[in-house]
Design a protein around this ligand. Structure first.
Ligand SMILES: Nc1ncnc2c1ncn2[C@@H]1O[C@H](COP(=O)(O)OP(=O)(O)OP(=O)(O)O)[C@@H](O)[C@H]1O
Length: 248
């Protein structure tokens, strides 16, 4: 299968099992959300997929290949990326300078085929395209620390996309973003490449229901149910356990 294929995933910390029997698929072009109460195991699941954590049991395959033994940076090279956190941005550098860093990293600073000038032009063209995609062109030469919080989160997304991932995990992209800026996040997600597989972990149900075509509900480390937003919205168990009647 193309994309991500997780089977029987389990993670225990000592006697505490925080993921159990998780089967999960993410195909190219997917727009899937992972929701669940605090402590359900969402971040743990994301960290198992990126390789930050090692599973206790289970398999993770990408495009049919077992990637369970690969470390985090090897998985990034294969195309599996999780959003950068604002804390990883260089706050005194400009937006453009920040975006340049992962591009150079991805390209391995290599210049064996092209001359330096041609290579630089390619890098700058990539930066411009990302600035444009994330509506950051007018802010390109401003230090990140002077940007509004929602705009800083857009820079995070741009940095992640600079890695040219095929799977991207958006870990609470709207967390801390004031409602006056949340449309920026929604627009940015809507403008992600169509063939990119997107998994969004988010507590903001408005955002989840707008973006996701499929929603997975995690409770106590297990998948409770998976379905379309319409199915999840009217699932009585989900309403009772998590969403609360007022949300749907
Ligand atoms: N390194 C660790 N050692 C021990 N327990 C951990 C560790 N990391 C996470 N846990 C536990 O695993 C459970 C799941 O945590 P996790 O952060 O994955 O949940 P979550 O669904 O992402 O929660 P939230 O929505 O609050 O971010 C929690 O009970 C947490 O205390």
């Amino acid at each position: 299968m193309q994309g991500l294929e997780v089977r029987g995933l389990k993670k225990s910390f000592g006697g505490l099992t925080v993921a159990e029997g998780i089967d999960f698929d993410l195909a190219p072009g997917a727009r899937k959300a992972l929701i669940g109460p605090n402590g359900a195991g969402k971040t743990t699941f994301a960290n198992l997929v990126t390789g930050k954590l090692t599973p206790t049991a289970g398999t993770i395959r990408f495009d049919g290949a077992d990637i369970g033994a690969l470390g985090e940076s090897q998985r990034v090279k294969r195309g599996i990326a999780k959003t950068f956190q604002i804390t990883t941005l260089f706050r005194s550098l400009t937006v453009r300078e920040n975006i340049r860093l992962p591009i150079l990293e991805r390209r391995g600073h290599g210049g064996r085929i092209f001359g330096r000038a041609a290579r630089d032009r390619e890098v700058e063209a990539e930066i411009e395209a990302l600035l444009d995609q994330f509506a950051l062109l007018t802010l390109a030469d401003r230090p990140v620390q002077l940007l509004a919080y929602g705009q800083q989160r857009l820079v995070e997304l741009a940095l992640t996309l600079a890695l040219k991932p095929r799977v991207v995990i958006l870990d609470e992209p709207a967390a801390g973003v004031p409602s006056s800026e949340s449309h920026l996040i929604l627009q940015a997600i809507e403008r992600l490449p169509g063939d990119l597989a997107v998994l969004i972990i988010e507590h903001d149900m408005d955002l989840v229901f707008r973006v996701a075509r499929s929603i997975v509900v995690l409770v106590n480390g297990r998948i409770l149910t998976e379905g379309t937003p319409e199915q999840i919205g009217r699932d009585p168990m989900v309403r009772k356990l998590y969403l609360g009647e007022s949300h749907v």
